[in-house]
Design a protein around this ligand. Structure first.
Ligand SMILES: [Zn+2]
Length: 99
């Protein structure tokens, strides 16, 4: 549930009965020790992204969509180098592989 709304560009809580709940939520946020920017970065990294596919004449190279690390090389016989990592081993991006 969202407690705040924006009024004339400022975040406000219109219903004062919601204040105790809002304070609990703020405390839980402060307990994380993280900034909103850090939380958004973690959220982005934990959101599944499909690897990028670079097709060459004889093979396809699958790379991390966030840091471009080569994850898998694949040719007509199947993949021959790399692994279907759930997370990029370099930057930690959550990956989504097609079945
Ligand atoms: Zn990566």
């Amino acid at each position: 549930m969202r407690y705040t709304e924006y009024h004339a560009g400022k975040a406000v809580i219109k219903d004062r009965k919601l204040l105790p709940g809002a304070m609990e939520k703020l405390a839980a946020y402060e307990n994380t020790g993280l900034t909103p920017g850090q939380i958004m970065e973690l959220k982005e990294r934990d959101t599944e992204k499909a690897p990028e596919i670079h097709k060459n004449k004889r093979s396809s190279v699958y790379t991390c969509p966030s840091c471009n690390l080569v994850l898998i090389n694949k040719d007509e016989n199947g993949w021959f180098c790399g692994q279907h990592y759930k997370f990029c081993p370099d930057c930690g991006q959550r990956l989504k592989w097609e079945d």
